[in-house]
Design a binder for this molecule. Sequence first.
Ligand code: PMP
Length: 355
Amino acid sequence: MMKKYNFCAGPAPLSPEVYQKAAEALENFNDTGLSILEISHRSDAFLSILADCNKWVLELLSLENKGYQVLFLQGSASMEFARVPLNLLKTQAGYIDTGVWAQKAINEARKVGQVKIVASSEDKNYSYIPQGYHLPEQIDYLHCTSNNTIYGTQMNNFPDTNAPLVCDMSSDIFSRKLDFSQFGLIYAGAQKNISTSGLSVVIIHESLLSENVNIPNVLSYKQHFQHNGLYHTPPVFAVYLTWLNLQWLIQQGGVEAMEKINRQKAAMLYQEIDNNYLFFGTAQKQDRSLMNVCFRLVDENLSTQFDRFIESKNITGIQGHRYVGGYRVSLYNAVTLSDVEYLITCLKEFATEQS
Ligand code: PMP
């Protein structure tokens, strides 16, 4: 079969090696004669996978021995939009509004308590990251979105606050080095840089697990923690895929090595978008995302032709989010430099055809 170049925003591609190993485990997991789909989540084999995943997540984020716990939960980032306020919001929480996903998080928090929008970039269609805002004193936590998948903007620095910082890292976790210890809670839907959909990864500081909250057990971080992540059946296959993908990530040299390549990929593509007379980038330059490159055609009348051209080149997944239109190329960890080089060659070819 011809190689497909997939730049989908999510669910997003993982490395072919990961797919291959996952496919083998579907038929015969570790030579047990059983599929990974039919082993007990309480078996030694699965407990060891879960323990490795815990350890590797903390190692990759340099959070070992700093009081963080990792939970692999059934759900998605949207589930955490609800779980975060249910667990942490007592009176008022601060939220930074940088787009649709932040707004969805805000709407869920409003059902639980008061929400103070600390800053917003809605005035310019979320094309930038707000800076220089005032932080209220009395908040239970401050919520931000490190990478705005729909608008292609990314936070490069995070507010200095005494309140626990909660971050939705669904679309850029494991893609770059940060001081992760500045966050009280990090969460991510798994279907981009981690694994597959149906799983949320939550990294939470123990100080946020101390209180009992009167909410259903399945929504309580403390319950999941107290049951060592086995309060109920975790998404076994998604966790196994996480195990494979974290191993792949470690083999690549970890987050630091990944960041180096991710910066190269993004720089090359932005350069092409800026130099190619047919396109323009939509995010403000200083806040451009390394993960989601959003752009539009200068002449929208060319869109049908461009779409056909892209399809003929076996490129897929570059349509912009339905709320904003245009195009979006996602450059998650498994997208290679040569995939991006190929795409750039195609963009140049299209420009030559039009001239
Ligand atoms: N937050 C961010 C930053 C996202 O990119 C997405 C989805 N792509 C979500 C939240 C929602 O994720 P889910 O559909 O898994 O709930």
